[in-house]
Design a protein. Structure first.
Length: 512
């Protein structure tokens, strides 16, 4: 998309003295004069999604990536997909609420983090483990789940940038699969073996491969978007989907990463009211939002880091949310002292859809974030820490000198919360559409099954039941339910570890 407007993005400093203002006007006049003689500066362009040349776009890869991203069977215990923690309608971030006890490992203290609930801890054999922190409850990540959309433009992903551009095959630890621009691929292989997010302890790529070779893709999902369903009809198994995408049926970590990253690169939230506005549609933003935009770019330093059109500089800063020692952030990657407590600037696109902001997650919305910059977050009782705070690029101010009267600027909040929201993201329409997850159904207590069912094997019990749910009531944990070959109709609600077997011996769904 091309931005035809000539609006410059130079955020001016608030504390200009009159003299500097006058000087500035003179310079501005001078440059206006120069302007008249020279051609106008090139229009700002939203960059196209960068693809590494080792992993160029293909529709087959995109669809496979989308199926993998939304398949809860990608986790060991069938409870978590990537999308569970990265929902489009939450800006690609976390809609749920989880508490991590933070640096002091104690719950209900001031350093608690709002993170993403992952899996209940399990050992190598898939048996439940009484975790020292979370017991038998779902473990929670130590940082909030960021929006994953704009990661496409980020050379280094994760809050601390530890997913680097060079992608080495995680299975042999040495083959270079991508030399440059492979941060998303690098990132994607993390959660699948991570024992908090998706895996039992000690999960290996062989475990993942064995499972994907046998399960029916998206078996647990419902309301599957048409394009995904068409791919599933044409290629109804993972080996077939991998063959369509990569030329043969082989499933490995590198290919899983290539497919997921290809899907992610197809998700560009560039149809916000602001995009339309700067492209010339003056009616795309409300008067209030235009005022917010004007204040932001003329009177604040916010955009020095949240730089349009990406609304991030893809750089790392410490804005003082907590003492650096509690989470060293970027320092853990670089070892450079000034990186203590620095985290990646998140893009502000779609930020109005988020409910756990910043890496700490306890900032609830845009107003709360603004309050934090101005005075420390009063509503959450967190102070702003100035030690190790970064300077503000192209400014002589520091974060704690940012001074916008609290609450006095509903137009800034309106602009950030609404004018940067792509309606396709908010409404989950193509390409941001997705299937419904089983975990969402169970949450709503909606369970419907119409499987042709034969009976179950659980010790001596081989009573035929008419529905899987009926059988599930009777089956012990890790029992086996056998299903006759036949049509698999609706989604399957399972909230215990069971193995489902078809009469021909294929395992449809097996908890590892
Ligand atoms: C249990 C919740 C959870 C699951 C499941 C999960 N993530 Fe994340 N994701 C997170 C959290 C938390 C972070 C931030 C971690 C950090 O930066 O240290 C993150 C970070 C990311 C980022 C980095 C975004 C950026 O801008 O830096 C991407 C991309 C991403 N996840 C994609 C995925 C993919 C792909 C999967 C599935 C293979 C996945 N996630 C599974 C919680 C989750
Ligand atoms: C020095 C660079 C810098 C400046 C200046 C800056 N920010 Fe940020 N902003 C960041 C970083 C870095 C984070 C993430 C901090 C973290 O989690 O540790 C962030 C996070 C945010 C978030 C949360 C986004 C999310 O998805 O979690 C919002 C909202 C935000 N900033 C708005 C603003 C506003 C409004 C201003 C001006 C008052 C501003 N920022 C000034 C760097 C900056």
């Amino acid at each position: 998309m091309v931005y035809m407007s000539a609006i410059p993005y130079y955020p001016f400093f608030r504390k200009l003295t009159i003299l500097r203002l006058v000087l500035f006007s003179l310079i501005a006049l001078a440059s206006l004069k120069a302007f008249a003689q020279n051609p106008p500066p090139p229009p700002q362009e939203f960059p196209p999604a960068p693809y590494p040349h080792e992993n160029t776009h293909s529709e087959e890869k995109r669809i496979l990536g989308k199926i993998l991203f939304w398949d809860e069977q990608l986790s060991s215990d069938n409870t978590m997909s990537c999308g569970t923690c990265h929902l489009p309608s939450s800006a690609g971030g976390e809609p749920r609420f989880g508490v991590h006890p933070g640096f002091d490992s104690l719950f209900d203290t001031n350093d608690d983090i709002v993170g993403s609930p992952g899996v209940v801890r399990r050992d190598l054999n898939g048996e439940l483990v009484d975790d020292a922190v979370f017991g038998f409850e779902a473990q929670v990540t130590g940082r909030a789940s960021p929006s994953f959309f704009m990661g496409v433009f980020s050379p280094d992903n994760f809050w601390d940038g530890r997913a680097l551009p060079q992608f080495i095959d995680p299975e042999d630890g040495e083959t270079e699969l991508i030399a440059e621009g492979g941060s998303l691929e690098n990132q994607a292989v993390g959660p699948i073996l991570n024992s908090v997010e998706m895996a039992h302890d000690g999960r290996t790529w062989d475990d993942v491969r064995t499972k994907l070779n046998t399960v029916i893709p998206l078996l647990l999902a419902s309301e599957i978007p048409e394009a995904m369903q068409e791919a599933l009809d044409a290629t109804p198994s993972y080996p077939a989907l991998f063959e369509a995408a990569f030329g043969d049926e082989g499933i490995d970590a590198g290919r899983i990463a290539f497919a997921i990253a290809t899907y992610e690169r197809s998700l560009i939230p560039d149809e916000t009211p602001w995009d339309l506005f700067v492209a010339g549609d003056r009616g795309a933003m409300t008067a209030n939002q235009i005022e917010g935009w004007d204040i932001l770019r003329n009177d604040t330093v916010c955009l020095n880091c949240h730089r349009p059109p990406l609304f991030t500089d893809n750089n790392f800063h410490n804005i003082g949310l907590r003492p650096a020692v509690e989470d060293l952030g970027r320092f853990d990657v670089t070892g450079v002292n000034r990186d203590r407590g620095r985290f990646k600037t998140p893009s502000l696109r779609n930020v109005g859809l988020k409910t756990s902001l910043m890496h700490v997650g306890w900032v609830n919305d845009v107003q709360d974030a603004l309050n934090f910059y101005v005075s420390g977050t009063q509503n959450t009782g967190h102070e702003q820490f100035t030690q190790n705070q970064s300077g503000i690029p192209n400014s002589n101010l520091t974060i704690n000198q940012i001074n916008i009267p609290i609450g006095d600027h509903p137009e800034i909040v309106d602009f950030l919360a609404n004018a940067l929201t792509d309606p396709r993201v908010a409404n989950e329409t193509f390409p941001f559409d997705r299937p419904t997850l089983l975990s969402e159904l169970s949450k709503m207590n909606t369970v419907f099954v119409d499987y042709e069912y034969v009976g179950m094997e659980n010790g001596s019990d081989s009573m035929p039941y008419t529905t899987i749910n009926e059988a599930l009531v009777h089956v012990a944990e890790a029992g086996v339910i056998r299903i006759a070959p036949g049509s698999l109709g609706g989604p399957l609600a399972i909230n215990q570890a069971v193995t489902l077997e078809c009469d021909d011996g294929t395992i449809l769904l097996g908890a590892e």
